[in-house]
Design a protein around this ligand. Sequence first.
Ligand code: 16G
Ligand code: ZN
Length: 533
Amino acid sequence: MSSFQKVAEASSKFPKPDAAFTYGTAGVRTLGSLLESTVFRVGLLAALRSKKHGGACIGVMITASHNKEEDNGVKIVEPMGEMLDQSWESYCTDLANAPTDANVTQILETIVSKENIDLSLPATVAYARDTRPSGPALQAALESGLAALEAKPLNFGIVTTPQLHYFVRCINSKNTDNPYGEPTEDGYYKKLAAAFNKLIEGRAKTDPIHIDAANGVGAPQVLKLSSFIGSDSLDIVVHNDTINVENKLNVECGADYVKSNQRSPSGVNVQPKQRFCSFDGDADRILFYYVSESTGKFNLLDGDKIATLAALYIKEQITDAGLKDLRVGVIQTAYANGSSTEYIQKKLQLPVVFTKTGVKHLHHEAEKWDIGVYFEANGHGTILFNSKARDAFNSAQPDTPAQDDALSRLRALRDLTNETVGDAMSDMLIVEVILRTKGWSLEQWNQCYTDKANRLLKVIVKDRTIFKTTNAEQTLTSPDGLQSTIDNLVAKYPGSRSFVRPSGTEDAVRVYAEANSTQDCDELAYKVAGQVF
Ligand code: 16G
Ligand code: ZN
């Protein structure tokens, strides 16, 4: 008899619907109403993953981020807060697609034997969800999965995705040399608030920061954060904060809407001089924007602008601290505006590495540096500090009081950063610290470099799998001859660039182009798109 008798019984309460599932870039994501069996099975897999890690706590987040409210999704978080190891993604896909309960237990048995898992070990799984209406039912399905394998459940309720990642890391690092913090919501707010208040000490208070919270979980959370920071230090005004009314989440608002449409969200009236930012539905992305006083033009400061600002600040601080041998690198994707790359390489004199799209790729590359700054243009990103950087901040011997101050700022910057994953609240405070330190408005920040005109098109094709790329998705290897056609088109527009890649999240192909003028850029983008059909 199967050792998973209890699992089979529990599984029968969550029959698989007639749908196919894939654990992709952002976990499994589809209509929330289709996900109960998948989330139940993710509970089983998370329990096994915990046992595989010797009983370390594993995280499960139920969210579909910037997607529509009817959608939902689920992803697994590793013990130090990273995304699920790629080698386990296919287990999740296999489990989610298993047609019968017997198939589910067979797959579990295969995983156990292949991964050499000791089932007698304990398992702990920390989980949370965003504000979506399908969340409670999915949470119940997850809890059934955990119970079926007797994993200890730790329910963190409704929190942001990066908060859940933070809790998981705190739990697992508690008794190590490098504890990350207190695994509670208050612990998270206290850590960020203390670091922020340290870094702005002696700096003049700025005008309020207006936040479009996408009618999502970021709204209540950032208000709690604000109460820990205190209104003497920072004024926060939250817009689009309706989380208890259906059909509001991400509707004409939030970071994804603002980036895709290059315009302010509905529900806010951006006045010149006001400082605005948008979170996405689970608050792991952030973008800033303002309206020019003279022209009334909308100006967007995206992930590339945040990366350059953070890299600039870090470079200045390590120079001021007298730390000479720390390797600082900036990680970008093909979507990074060419002007940002040039600014980092030429102006900041820092190396840039390109990776494939998707946070896990950037994160892994950033881990190779002493300080790795990574951001996607869409506003998802963070900074990673390795043990060499941490040791330098903690124990370098300063020669001057100025060096001592810079070292303490670097320590506080690390505390202000959510190193597990991009975090809108943490990133917002990092930007605020840097702008205050420099005495810059959003407009002054924007003047660091001028974005090249850029255009992103979505092309629906018969079969996106024929599009294969190399060179961090910047070059096509298939279909035959298409790359040289793109190269010939690009050669006609000075300072331009274009690439084509299959989407990892939608059944479509994306075409990106940038050039020195909007006209050139649009011509190039549409000509390249014309070749893709
Ligand atoms: C996912 C990724 C995001 C990436 C996007 C690209 C995570 C958490 N999210 O949303 O980083 O930019 O996919 O989508 O990794 P695409 O492949 O459809 O262009
Ligand atoms: Zn998100």
